[in-house]
Design a protein around this ligand. Structure first.
Ligand code: HEM
Length: 357
């Protein structure tokens, strides 16, 4: 027997996973005019892979303390071979992974892939988006530069507005009454241990569901054509991954991540501090909301509305029930279009204000 055959026989004897292999060889993917959108979940996955690889490399030199964090990142960028590139890939892929997950969500929403039996695939997906945002929020503080420090101060202040639980959440996140060394330690462990464990678990569930149920076909598609997942669709997935890797490397080389100044906790909050772009729509809403709305504090109304929007996102499959199709279909579709317009509009407006001289 050849060495490869012997290795195969070794595993086959010990782990009879023939059923799984059989399942994989029979899996097919529908081909139609909307098939392009089937690649976005895989691209999100590839970007998460890049985040893990670059994050592990950054960990070799990063030091999670207020005294050393900034200096360790400066060391990575100036002294470690290709350290600047690894940090830039981590920063760019962090943004792209959220963008790609948002495109995936929007495509799944507008193609109505959340309809039964895929309700829980949708819910796990929405949870993944929230977790990815958690990665962004906690990672932003780690370089301990001015922007990171004050954006976290403002962000955790907003968390404090949440009714009843707000002050508890704020102290829990900050590890005290203000942002400091303890906050950095907490964010570090959330970023490199707790959130990754949660993401890996939820991605596992999401992918198992996708594998078991296969890809859905949009309601408007009549064609019956499909291609095998292995190797046809998988090879196309690989092309998409190569393209996204090329894109991340190119932008990282041409526009490497910057570091700015070390945070000074005693300095006044500089003007124009803004969070990452995917939080801008919430941030801008808070800035624009009047002091009082219907007799309630404006900030409270804005934070409450964001919470309701998050809950509505989780419940989309139940808000648009096939039995009630017609009325609920149009309402959910209109709400989705309005939400996209609102988020894109507010983000654009906040970016425009932020870049105004
Ligand atoms: C970390 C983030 C995510 C990863 C890695 C991921 C991964 C994937 C993959 C690989 C697929 C199969 C291929 C495809 O349809 O693109 C898929 C399908 C799906 N995803 Fe995600 N996803 C993520 C986030 C989301 C989000 C935010 C939602 C929506 C709230 C979502 C809902 C779905 C649904 C409903 C399907 C089934 C699509 C169908 O059958 O047509 N996913 N996901």
């Amino acid at each position: 027997m050849r060495p490869l055959e012997r290795l195969r026989a070794f595993f086959r004897e010990r782990y009879p996973l023939g059923g799984l292999a059989e399942f994989a060889t029979h899996k097919t993917v529908p081909v139609h005019r909307h098939s392009f959108w089937y690649y976005w979940g895989g691209m999100t996955l590839a970007l998460i892979g890049m985040q893990i690889a670059s994050g592990v490399l950054l960990l070799l030199y990063y030091r999670p303390s207020a005294q050393e964090a900034f200096e360790s990142v400066r060391f990575i960028m100036t002294k470690v071979q290709f350290g600047w590139l690894v940090r830039s890939v981590h920063a760019w892929a962090a943004n792209l992974v959220i963008f790609s997950a948002m495109v995936h969500l929007a495509s799944v929403f507008f193609l109505k892939a959340y309809r039964p039996p895929r309700e829980l695939t949708w819910v796990t997906g929405a949870v993944l988006l929230f977790l990815l945002m958690g990665f962004g929020f906690t990672g932003y503080l780690l370089p301990w530069n001015t922007l990171a420090f004050f954006a976290t101060k403002v962000g955790t202040e907003i968390a404090g507005v949440v009714p009843v639980m707000g002050p508890i959440i704020q102290v829990f996140l900050r590890g005290g009454s203000d942002v400091g060394d303890v906050t950095l330690t907490r964010f570090f462990w959330l970023h490199i241990a707790i959130l990754p464990l949660m993401v890996v678990g939820v991605i596992g569930l999401h992918l198992v569901m996708v594998q078991l149920q296969g890809m859905s076909k949009p309601l408007t598609v009549r064609e019956e054509r499909s291609i095998p997942f292995f190797p046809n669709f998988f090879l196309r997935d690989l092309i998409a991954w190569a393209l996204i890797l090329g894109a991340v490397l190119s932008v990282s080389v041409y526009w490497p991540a910057t570091l700015g100044e070390k945070a000074d906790p005693f300095a006044p909050t500089p003007a124009g501090i803004q969070p990452e772009w995917y939080f801008l729509w919430m941030f801008q809403t808070l800035k624009l909301v009047p002091g009082h709305v219907f007799g309630l504090e404006g900030e409270l109304v804005a934070v409450g509305a964001t919470g309701v929007a998050g809950l509505a996102l989780l419940l989309v499959p139940w808000l648009d029930r096939p039995a009630r199709r017609g009325r609920s279909h149009w309402m959910v579709l209109a709400a989705g279009i309005l939400a996209v317009l609102y988020v894109v509009g507010m983000t654009g407006y906040a970016l425009w204000i932020g870049h105004r001289p």
